[in-house]
Design a binder for this molecule. Structure first.
Ligand SMILES: Nc1ncnc2c1ncn2[C@@H]1O[C@H](COP(=O)(O)OP(=O)(O)OP(=O)(O)O)[C@@H](O)[C@H]1O
Length: 334
């Protein structure tokens, strides 16, 4: 990748004999939204702290916009906005006052801080609450205001740690849409650490599964699913009005259809596992054979299945800092 915004080279952090982060190599490009996933204790926060220059690596480097986070932490802090999982405000101040104050702390002149704060309050959907004290803000409102505080210094990268924790589903959708819009419109690079697989899947261009201090899998959802579920990337279940006869005279023909890898038939249900989305071909097949279809259900392999399959195969539940046994280790690395 040319000129990555985040470039981690052999990043390692040891706490005594524990390797919390073990030789992490990762590049994230401008405007990319990268999702960092992993169980508790995997090493996500430690990695983020090293990227922010808040903790020193034992070895390796974290370059942010080309700047070494360890040797130039202040320069990196100017370029990066960090939102922790729980954000705090001065509760006796209004939302606008809090935001302007943060702007001034970042060296933005009064007038400019005020203009930026007002623009941001509207952009994050809190335009009607600018004069409300943050003590009466809901969790979702606080998270939005937290995002505005991160954005007021116009960072090139934002790092969000569990940003949607405690927000209701509608709020989560809006929050993620906002992140995506910022990334697309302004080329903002986003690193999002989360346990919420659906959310990560909705918003991230690329994801990494982190465990035992190492990046175990990395890629976009379709790369990960095709590699882990080589024979069942999609599955289509057809419900028929009447049960099929056994043996069914057209079974061999359906099995031989392009990209079909597996077929299960039970009474009125036919499930076809396939390598690409051939739902229309499958439906056409049944209609041509004169069979009445009452339902079509398509299932795509998502991040939930990828995550589950990875950990089913590699880790036991309570072994968060053990080395995975590694049958997929290195599989998806570029
Ligand atoms: N200051 C510290 N001193 C000693 N060990 C630490 C320290 N900080 C983190 N660790 C250990 O390093 C490992 C990685 O922790 P880290 O907080 O980075 O994980 P995480 O992936 O962010 O977990 P979570 O999802 O629970 O936030 C854990 O085993 C943790 O106990």
């Amino acid at each position: 990748m040319e000129n990555p915004v985040i470039d981690l080279k052999g990043l390692t952090k040891c706490y005594g004999s524990l390797k919390a982060v073990d030789n992490l190599n990762l590049t994230i490009g401008k405007g990319e939204i990268f999702g960092l996933l992993g169980p508790n204790g995997a090493g996500k926060t430690t990695s983020i702290l090293m990227m922010l220059g808040l903790t020193e690596p034992t070895s390796g480097k974290a370059l942010i916009c080309g700047v070494d986070a360890t040797t130039h932490p202040i320069a990196v802090k100017r370029k990066v906005g960090y939102m922790p999982d729980s954000v705090g405000f001065y509760d006796s101040m209004t939302a606008l006052e809090n935001l302007v104050y943060t702007g001034k702390l970042n060296g933005i002149p009064d007038h400019e801080a005020n203009t930026r704060a007002l623009d941001l309050m509207n952009a994050i959907g809190l335009g009607a609450a600018i004069h409300k004290r943050t003590s009466v803000f809901s969790r979702g409102m606080k998270q939005r205001l937290g995002l505005a505080e991160v954005l007021i210094k116009r960072p090139e990268v934002i790092i969000l740690d569990e940003p949607t924790l405690g927000i209701d589903p509608a709020g989560v959708r809006e929050f993620l849409a906002l992140i995506r819009q910022l990334s697309r419109d302004q080329g903002l690079t986003v690193l999002l650490s989360s346990h919420h697989l659906h959310q990560v899947q909705q918003v991230c261009d690329r994801v990494g599964i982190f465990a035992g201090g190492k990046m175990q899998l990395e890629g976009n959802i379709s790369q990960l699913s095709q590699s882990l579920f080589a024979h069942e990337t999609y599955s289509v279940t057809i419900t028929l009005k009447d049960p099929l006869q056994s043996p069914w005279q057209h079974e061999a023909e359906l099995r031989e259809m392009k990209d079909v890898t597996q077929l299960d038939m039970a009474e009125t249900l036919v499930t076809v596992a396939c390598l690409s989305d051939i739902t229309p071909d499958i439906v056409r097949f049944f209609v041509k054979k004169g069979l009445d279809i009452t339902g079509v259900q398509k299932k795509e392999i998502g991040l939930d299945e990828i995550y589950q399959k990875y950990f089913e195969n590699n880790l036991t539940e309570d072994s968060t800092n053990e080395k995975p046994r590694g049958i997929f280790h290195g599989y998806f690395k570029k």
